[in-house]
Design a protein around this ligand. Structure first.
Ligand SMILES: [Zn+2]
Length: 113
């Protein structure tokens, strides 16, 4: 389950940010999880609760946001919405497609005290 190690990364970023900005507790964390990022939201929530124990984000709630995946076709130069990473170009059927949005996994916002 790689969600645990992703949560450990998040914890490090939050702890680092807490030192820089001088906050002592995080109430809520917004995470942007792209549909192509292979992150399972339920596993993420579970891992988050476990990993954040003892950190400034202990007990923080998690809001998961997601925007549709988009790719740009290098053959016909169109930008389309895709469901899967290796979908062929729906316009020309040739591809290859370059992912321009949807594989992100990052903190988009923190609500701190
Ligand atoms: Zn195309």
């Amino acid at each position: 389950m790689h969600e645990m190690s992703l949560c450990e990364n998040i914890r490090e970023i939050i702890e680092e940010q807490a030192k820089l900005d001088g906050f002592s507790h995080v109430n809520r964390v917004w995470l942007e999880v792209g549909p192509l990022s292979c992150v399972e939201p339920d596993a993420l929530r579970f891992g988050f609760d476990v990993v954040m124990r003892g950190s400034v984000a202990q007990g923080a709630s998690v809001e998961i946001t997601s925007s549709p995946a988009k790719a740009h076709c290098l053959a016909c130069q169109t930008t389309v919405q895709i469901q899967q990473r290796y979908d062929p170009c729906p316009t020309c059927g040739v591809g290859p497609m370059e992912i321009i949005q949807g594989d992100a996994f990052k903190i988009s916002k923190l609500e701190v005290v």
